[in-house]
Design a binder for this molecule. Sequence first.
Ligand SMILES: [Zn+2]
Ligand SMILES: [Zn+2]
Length: 281
Amino acid sequence: MKKLLTDIHNHSTFSHDGVSDLKDMLATALEKGVAFYGVSEHFDYDLCEGLQSEHGQIDERGYFHAARHLQEDYAGCMNVLVGAEFGYSDDQKVWGRYATVCEKYAPDFIVNSIHSLDGWDYFSQKAFYTTGANGERITRDEKEVFAEYCKLVERSLDAPYPYDIVGHFGYACRYFPSKKGEIFYADFADEIDGVLKKIIAKDKILEVNASTYGLKQLTLPSEAILRRYFELGGRKISYASDAHQTTSIMREREKIMELLKRMGFTYLTVPCRGEHIKVEI
Ligand SMILES: [Zn+2]
Ligand SMILES: [Zn+2]
């Protein structure tokens, strides 16, 4: 087992919210000494049609074509993994679209993430409100919304398409209207344990995501959830800067590795075409 730098989950302008060009992202990653760099552009087929047309959808062919060429260019200097981030939905039609992407382009790895509820991204905060009898807006209990989110994550683990990584578990708490910016393990012990135990049973990888805007924590999921995962026997984790621009590649990596080591983790897991590669922390 070797000690190598990894960053498995990044975006470029092929994603609707990407800022830097894929070529620039790769050049920066190489400059920073990354050995395994995962490209995981957004495939947001979970979003409602209105949001999909507002964002503009990914050019599937263009992306895989360009990324595979760059992967060849970097062979021998940096392992570029050409993957995707799928936004999970309970809708079977969405599953079909993701299965087709897998068949057509055989991505090197897939991050399966929850971004939305009923087609609306948590970012839109629609999940946090409901409409009363007189059309008035009622704020929902954040605990109820988060428990519901955990159940959705649990269902996403049964997605019928091949995926490797469970993306940014805890994401919904980024957008709490109270801006509380954190959730407490004890408040959702049963729901969180349900997710963690299933990740372990299914031999999936729990992502440690460094993109924590608005949160009072270094990682997503939080330290308490990562500790619980370790306690339950979970060992497969990946590091993700979830960068959308060159300056965010490898963000907070050293600090996060220190934290993981203190918890007892000794290695990261890199998924590549169904294989799980162990890399020393
Ligand atoms: Zn995501
Ligand atoms: Zn992402």
